[in-house]
Design a protein around this ligand. Structure first.
Ligand SMILES: *Cc1c(COP(=O)(O)O)cnc(C)c1O
Length: 388
């Protein structure tokens, strides 16, 4: 009996499943998986409850309920000055994950090459492979994790179809700057490439660094599919309401694949996320200030313990180099950490083709209550005292 397709070969189980199971088994503090330990706004939950009680429990339209599509379009206009038609240039999906998968399945042919920043979000590798595509990684390297633009240019071949971007970038925390985005845009226009831009951390940049959607750059609106979701922006990661915006042709290609994967997504949750997207400025300001404070708490604590800390410009995550504490392999370190200190973290190296670049790096989530971060830091003190 055949038990697996070639499409899945080498993909294994995601590191998050392994590490979260380890956290449960050992009672460790889980700074591995990036989910908040506090719910999003109560009034948003009330809108979902009303929808559940109000009979909105059958299939939503395949592209999403109109009020959510309109709210997404209004959000793009409000924050970025981008005009999208809510009827033809917005598609709602089961999380950003499905938007990314559907975009690749809808746009990539076997043998097409996709340029992707590494360390990459783990689903990228899997769905490029499932679509029959070939990934061409461009590595963001410590200590500053900036985009090596010459390497991006060198990664383009006649087979290149798309660039899959992620900014703010998980796991490095890099927020691509205007100059970097200009350079990417120039490559995309010169080679007539599609850009698929994963912007799920759009509302989580720190220190006043702006998030700039690449679609706002000259020549990019016609070739960019911008992807986001309600999970990260509103602390409802389990709701899996995501979306893509962009030219009708690209949205249609994505929906073309999505309709046969899930057809529609979470009907009663869609009006709630529509409500959330209209939150006032105070919500977004408080949200990123709170996360920035948690970032500082975690980064200061990790630095005190002796890690080399790369302070992120955005996202839920901080990266450290573990070598100052006498370790050199992140996977080994993360497998022993629950036993050693009662904490779970995620090794970078599983997100690289260039394994050496990620070997000593470990990712820590700070989307956790200050008391939880505090407890993790207290437990990690044991590393400071047991190493030479
Ligand atoms: C969390 C995350 C996603 C997944 O978003 P969902 O809406 O939960 O599917 C996609 N991309 C990146 C970079 C993420 O960190």
């Amino acid at each position: 009996m055949k038990t697996s397709s070639a499409r899945l070969s080498g993909l294994g189980t995601t590191i998050f499943a392994e590490m979260s199971a380890l956290a449960l088994r050992t009672g460790a503090v889980n700074l591995g998986q990036g989910f908040p330990d506090t719910d999003g706004p109560a009034e948003v939950i009330e809108v979902a409850v009303d929808a559940l009680r109000g009979g909105r429990n059958q299939y939503a339209p395949g592209t999403g309920v109109p009020e959510l599509r309109h709210a997404i379009a209004a959000h793009q206009k409000r924050f970025y000055g981008v005009d999208v038609d809510p009827d033809t240039e917005v598609g709602v999906t089961t999380g950003a994950t499905e938007a990314i998968a559907s975009a690749l399945l809808g746009l990539i042919d076997p043998g097409d090459e996709v340029i992707v920043l590494e360390p990459y979000y783990d689903s990228y590798v899997a769905v490029i492979q499932m679509a029959g595509g070939v990934r061409r990684p461009v590595t963001l390297r410590a200590p500053d994790f900036r985009l090596p633009i010459d390497e991006l240019r060198a990664a383009v071949s006649p087979q290149t179809t798309a660039i899959l971007l992620n900014s703010p970038h998980n796991p490095t925390g890099t927020v691509l700057r205007r100059e970097e985005l200009d350079a990417i845009a120039a490559v995309a226009v010169e080679h007539d490439l599609v850009v698929i831009s994963d912007e799920v951390y759009e509302h989580l940049t720190f220190d006043g660094i702006p998030h700039i959607p690449i679609t706002t750059l000259p020549g990019m609106a016609e070739r960019t599919l911008t992807i986001s979701s309600g999970g990260k922006s509103f602390s409802f990661t389990g709701w899996k309401i995501g979306w893509a915006t962009g030219p009708a042709s690209l949205v249609q290609a994505m929906i073309g694949a999505k309709q046969f994967l899930t057809y529609t997504s979470g009907s009663p949750l869609q009006p709630a996320i529509a409500h959330a997207l209209g939150a006032d400025d105070a919500y977004f300001d408080t949200f990123h200030s709170r996360l920035q404070a948690q970032r500082d708490q975690l980064c200061d604590g990790l630095a005190e313990i002796g890690f080399e800390v790369y302070v992120p410009e955005g996202t839920y995550f901080a990266t450290t180099d573990i070598r100052p504490l006498g370790f050199d392999d992140g996977v080994e370190f993360c497998r022993t950490l629950p036993g050693l200190a009662g904490v779970v973290a995620i090794p970078h190296q599983v997100f690289y083709d260039d394994v050496a670049a990620g070997r000593p790096l470990v990712r820590w989530a700070f989307c956790k209550q200050p008391a939880v971060i505090e407890q993790a830091l207290e437990r990690l003190q044991v590393l400071a005292t047991t190493t030479p």
